[in-house]
Write a protein that binds this ligand. Sequence first.
Ligand code: FES
Length: 242
Amino acid sequence: MKRIRICSASEIPSNGMKSYDSALGVKVLIANAGEAFYAYQGLCPHQDVCLDEGFFDGATLTCHQHLWQWDITTGAAVGLAEAPLERYELQHEGGEIFVLQSSALKVSELFKGVSDAAIARLDALARREEHAGQTTLYELGDPADDLYILESGRVEFVIGREDRTSMAGFMLRKGEVFGWAALLEDHPRRIARAACMEKSSLLRLNGEEVLKVLADDPMSGFLVMRQLSTLITKHLRSSGGK
Ligand code: FES
């Protein structure tokens, strides 16, 4: 895990917050509450608004734009907020604040519980990609060879062709997996168009290569397949299926 210096602790006001552009490639918010420091994503998960322009009373962080709120100790959504904040592991040493860069694989719902050895193999196979906003990742009907794990940014999905399209949702939480059809048999085709709506960082894994790693570690493979079926069920429910 890579350690990245963000700032000196003395730069953060007592029970206050400040955000920084970081070597993670994203803005990071550092907040102080009493003796403790916390590190979170610097932009609101709702829209691209800097969270340090909001309000912080030492316990609850509020985005000034539409008043989404989060518990500063956990990043959990409070009140109106519809998504939690991404939290970074923070180290406070010698008056300096650092965050640890962790792989999105570790926090992914799909790979939850998978052995460290399998995660390490998957991490080695993953291609890390950075995309600018308005970049198409795949179109409806493209071959579904690879799956993606979101590290940062926002990806939107649209179903249908040309003028007969409809929004199928978006992803913005680190570790969210999409393009999981790459793990299914018979080389399925994409059923939606996926595009980065802002600068986004992704891990890209070939479905066949993932299956080989899982075949070598049946317990991990069982967990991933069980979690994949939960993901598919959620998708069917949200798109009105059974
Ligand atoms: S932009 Fe932050 S709550 Fe809407």
